[in-house]
Design a protein around this ligand. Structure first.
Ligand code: NAD
Length: 265
């Protein structure tokens, strides 16, 4: 069994990144938990006004209160909800997502459709809503929280892998259309991050296979990652924040792997 390597004790806090976003307004979907919460905190620490969008009202309000942002309770599976969200946005972080694990032959079609709605259609509708403001100001950042699974597949994750690959394509189209208007669009591609989404997967897989959580980590989740630890949500947020800086304005249509070397393996 491989033991998990602990995260480095000292990582620079996002607020120490030197990225200044004081005149910027950001919207983070799924901002109530995990990676979205970390992104919302990092953007706020850099000075941005942050709209925290989540279907979980308590979580959205808790995060917004903690960072001095604005909470919006919205279920992104409903296309009509997008029109209720603010459109004057400089930085759009498409992050909300969910997982469902089942073989293709047993994958519930309605679950598949729901995942595409939240993870592909909602980002498309949000881009459509927010891009005119970015174009008018000649500056914008679209950060799509994709995944290693936007670049490669794993068995039993048909809806998630499909949605992340679609998000990669959508991000590239936004990059092409935004290029003459000062708007960049990029994907961030994490491996396994220590968030409730992954904690639930570890619990489910441990129960399904009758093995310990440590064995799920070592033998299932981290087998292909040369770095044997989970990624931390604030490490993803730091990458998202870096992509918002003016010094990142030539980076667009890219997919930034934060995968511990998984892609090299
Ligand atoms: P999480 O479960 O901790 O948080 C997801 C948030 O999205 C929750 O607050 C949830 O309420 C919200 N959400 C889900 N469905 C929604 C909907 N219909 N409308 C509004 N809000 C909704 O998950 P996380 O691990 O932080 O994942 C965030 C993103 O990062 C996802 O897109 C996920 O695919 C991606 N990602 C996660 C990992 C990982 O290992 N955790 C790895 C790669 C990519």
């Amino acid at each position: 069994m491989t033991s998990e390597v602990p995260p480095p004790a000292l990582r620079p806090a996002p607020s120490a990144s030197g990225v200044r976003l004081t005149s910027r307004t950001a919207l983070v979907t799924g901002g109530g938990s995990g990676i979205g919460k970390a992104c919302a905190a990092a953007l706020a620490a850099a000075g941005a006004t942050v709209h925290v969008v989540d279907r979980d009202a308590e979580a959205a309000e808790r995060v917004a209160a903690a960072i001095g942002g604005v909470a919006h309770v919205a279920d992104l599976a409903d296309p009509a909800v997008i029109d209720t969200l603010p459109s004057g946005i400089d930085i759009l972080v498409n992050n909300a997502g969910l997982q469902h694990v089942a073989p293709l032959t047993e994958f519930p079609p309605e679950r598949f459709a729901h995942i595409q709605q939240v993870m592909v259609t909602a980002p498309f509708l949000l881009m459509r809503r927010c891009l005119p403001y970015m174009y008018a100001r000649g500056w914008g950042r679209i950060i799509n929280i994709s995944s290693v699974h936007g670049l490669r597949a794993s068995a039993y994750k048909a809806a998630y892998v499909t949605a992340k690959h679609a998000l990669e394509g959508l991000s590239k189209v936004a990059a092409l259309e935004g290029a003459p208007r000062g708007v960049t669009s990029n994907c961030v591609n994490p491996g396994y991050v220590r968030t409730p989404l992954v904690e639930n997967q570890i619990r489910d897989q441990a129960a399904a296979h009758g093995i310990s959580r440590a064995d799920v980590l070592a033998d299932v989740l981290l087998t292909r990652s040369p770095i044997k630890r989970l990624l931390e949500a604030d490490e993803v947020a730091s990458a998202a924040l870096w992509l918002c800086a003016d010094h990142s304005s030539y980076i667009t249509g890219a997919s930034l792997p934060l995968d511990g070397g998984w892609g090299a393996n």
